[in-house]
Write a protein of this length. Structure first.
Length: 751
């Protein structure tokens, strides 16, 4: 249900409608634009062969004479397609070696001692070989053919027609191979890729939730993104970066070209949305490879979580007035920065109502190349009131970013430095990290949903590469804030590589009830987000067991099921589960309300989706509600929330209670409002009242009313419920809180 008074289905339908409207608008524009780079999709069925003894290179499996004994689909993890060790002895040898390598993690509480076969339906780390034949179109004469692997986990060597054409050591960025020296238009080529999922730390600096981490630490492999054959012009557009400018509203379009140097070049750009257009053009000076255009946008519509307006920039490269290359990118007019100790979106303070995303896809392991999957996930999170996602040590794929752009979800992608012990140590790995950091930023910086760049998780005291990575981020993308660590302490305020601070508060020991949990020292002038907030774990729901198929094996559910059976608690378990849901719901509500009353600029609830072996999510692993519905959750997780400031919730019967009502408002406009409140015992009305002509500010937390209530005399303990409703021109919001009153004779004098 919408906090403004609608039904939950109406709230969901609104975002679904927005999503489809924007999809139709934007794809309509893109479809009209002729492309000079017609791709050939090589995804689908490939030949496949396992190489557990790693003999493929020596036996020249890249040659045509080798038989590949099975088929596999690309993209996807090979583990989810039944690829596993065929020898039990080899499997046990691999698992023993892996557990020995991971011994240092056992004492850190991040890893259990389960074998990998307890955590995956199919275990195989590689290497494995892929093969496919394709034909370069005959009409590509004069163009440069490229073979592009969208994503490889983790490393690959590629051959074309038996010739080695390159190696790649990153799952984060595409692997692009120029085929000009290996084939010509009209040729049929044989593509062979040897993929290995095992990490070579000397050259590969990446380790994050994509891999995956913590209680899992499993090894999966495969071509996890699509494979394409693409044609590029000899002189072509290399990059288009649209920098949004406000006051006046304009698109500053940075264009880079590459390839053969020719004269008479000109760049034109057209900016469009559903109702307006703007254009600009410029001649390329001499042999320049970069230029900047600026197009003023009339009646501009800004991008925000409430209004995720998108524009399309169509850029053309012309030679002597003939179009030789085109590029179309989407962007949003928005400005996100810090100022006066707050986050400012389009010049106005905003509170980041965030949650953590640990890259959990139980049945596919790797994120699917399917925008609808991400749209459904983000829509569910929007229903729960969230406007921001922090991605623990992973970078969402393009489909995810597109969905977030359309739905108005702000994002913090995070470079895969998950923990200090995984930071690169060799010079080669450090060079690779710097290159990957830049390669991560460049293709993603047009997405308005991305509001921050982060270098890694819990690197508290920073690390040696941080200053250079910070400088590069600001050079490549001056439109976003940057931090070197999600997780720091207040002593780090003056660190120049922290544009804001993400601080761990006592999440393991407090639910924030009148204990000053989120107190921020007055001298702190940077925005502060609560790092991984609210580790409130429930019992696991055993009804999920049958939902796990092919990917992650739910060992934690099997353990809980067997434990309940051994202790003869199967009949009682559903009631215990429901009780744990109620406890988590109460903790989440109290904790998040404490955060909204504080000087925090944002929260990162940990997590929205349950994690393996740690059911701390607001919803379960398959995005089904747990203890709170979306309607209930939005009462304390919305642009405007009504809060209570009461020193105690346990009171003496007959005493006079003084209670303060507080409002936290961001994104919604200022207004004049009426507050109505009721105190009830069951259906019995004990007291009520109202306050009118309340001036509600935006971008802040304010006390709006103080009430005094004479509590009834009772001979036994009794639960009371105080409810409040705030009504203004925007609509209505409400919230409620439970109190307990106790007879005086049951309380000692110091209670």
């Amino acid at each position: 249900m919408d906090q403004r008074g609608g039904l939950g289905t109406m709230f969901s339908s609104f975002y679904i409608s927005v999503f489809y409207f924007l999809t139709l608008v934007v794809t309509g524009y893109s479809a009209e634009l002729p492309s000079s780079r017609p791709p050939i999709d090589l995804s689908g069925e490939w030949e496949f062969k396992m190489d557990p003894s790693d003999v493929g290179r020596a036996e020249k499996w890249f040659e045509e004479t080798t038989q590949f004994d099975r088929k596999i689909r690309v993209p996807g993890a090979w583990n989810t397609q039944g690829v596993s060790y065929e020898s039990e002895a080899v499997l046990r040898e691999y698992e023993t070696k892996l557990l020995n390598e991971q011994k240092q993690l056992f004492g850190m509480g991040t890893l259990g001692k389960q074998a990998e076969s307890d955590k995956l339906f199919s275990v195989y780390p590689g290497p494995a070989w892929y093969r496919k034949k394709t034909t370069i179109p005959a009409d590509w004469t004069g163009k440069v053919p490229w073979l592009v692997f969208g994503g490889i986990h983790r490393e690959a060597e590629v051959w074309v027609n038996g010739q080695s054409v390159g190696t790649h050591h990153s799952y984060l960025t595409p692997f692009r191979i120029n085929l000009s020296n290996h084939a010509k238009p009209g040729d049929t080529i044989s593509i062979v890729a040897r993929v290995d999922a095992r990490r070579n730390r000397a050259v590969d600096p990446l380790m994050g939730c994509f891999d995956t981490l913590d209680f899992l630490y499993v090894t999966w492999g495969g071509l996890h993104r699509g494979v394409t054959l693409e044609a590029a012009e000899a002189t072509r557009l290399a990059d288009v970066f649209v920098v949004p400018r406000l006051a006046p509203d304009a698109a500053e379009i940075h264009v880079a070209i590459e390839g053969s140097k020719i004269g008479g070049l000109k760049i034109t750009a057209e900016i469009t949305d559903a109702n307006s257009s703007a254009s600009a053009e410029t001649a390329m000076a001499g042999d320049a490879s970069e230029t900047v255009l600026q197009a003023l946008i009339p009646n501009a519509k800004l991008w925000s979580p409430k209004t995720p307006n998108l524009y399309t920039a169509r850029v053309r490269l012309l030679s002597n007035e003939k179009v030789i290359d085109t590029r179309s990118v989407r962007f949003g007019l928005r400005e996100f920065k810090v100022g006066d100790g707050k986050f400012l979106l389009n010049g106005k303070p905003i509170f980041l109502r965030g949650y953590g995303d640990d890259c959990l896809f139980p049945n596919t392991i790797c994120p699917p190349a399917d925008k609808s999957e991400f749209s459904q996930r983000l829509l569910r999170a929007r229903e729960y009131g969230f406007n921001y996602v922090r991605h623990h040590s992973w970078i969402p794929p393009e489909e995810y970013l597109d969905a977030a752009d359309e739905l108005g979800m702000m994002l913090q992608p995070e470079f895969p430095f998950a923990y200090r012990w995984d930071l690169p140590k060799t010079e080669e790995a450090k060079r690779a990290a710097i290159e990957e950091w830049q390669a991560m930023i460049r293709p993603n910086r047009n997405h308005p949903s991305i509001v921050t760049w982060c270098m890694g998780n819990e690197l508290y005291d920073s690390f040696d590469l941080a200053p250079e990575m910070y400088r590069l981020a600001k050079t490549l993308d001056p439109t976003r804030v940057v931090i070197d660590s999600d997780g720091c302490n207040f002593k780090h305020e003056n660190r120049v590589t922290l544009d804001f601070m993400v601080v761990q508060f006592g999440e393991g020991s407090s639910i924030g009830f009148n204990d000053g949990k989120y107190n921020i020292p007055p001298e702190i002038n940077k925005p502060v987000i609560a790092h991984e907030m609210g580790y409130f774990v429930t019992l696991p729901d055993l009804n999920q067991l049958d939902l796990f198929q092919n990917g992650l094996k739910p060992y934690w559910l099997l353990q809980a099921r067997d434990l309940a059976a051994r202790n003869r608690l199967v009949a009682e378990y559903p009631a215990w589960l429901a009780g744990s849901y109620r406890l988590q719901a109460a903790c989440l509500k109290n904790n998040m309300e404490a955060a909204r009353r504080s000087r925090l600029s944002g929260t990162s609830v940990w997590l929205f989706q349950d994690y393996p072996n740690c059911a701390e999510g607001v919803v379960d692993m398959f995005f089904r509600p747990k203890g709170l519905t979306a309607e209930e959750f939005r009462k304390f997780n919305a642009p405007t929330v009504l809060l209570l400031d009461a020193p105690r919730r346990n009171l003496r019967a007959g005493e006079t209670a003084e209670i303060k009502f507080v409002v936290s408002r961001f994104e919604d406009e200022p207004s004049t409002a009426t507050l109505r409140w009721k105190l009830k015992s069951g259906n019995e009305m004990l007291a009520s009242g109202s306050k009118e002509q309340l001036q509600i500010k935006s971008g802040d937390v304010q006390e709006i009313a103080v009430i005094k209530v004479d509590l009834p005399h009772r001979i036994k303990a009794e639960r009371l419920t105080l409810s409040g409703e705030l009504e203004d021109t925007i609509g209505k919001i409400d919230n409620s809180w439970n109190f307990w009153i106790f007879p005086t004779e049951l309380l000692s004098s110091d209670s």
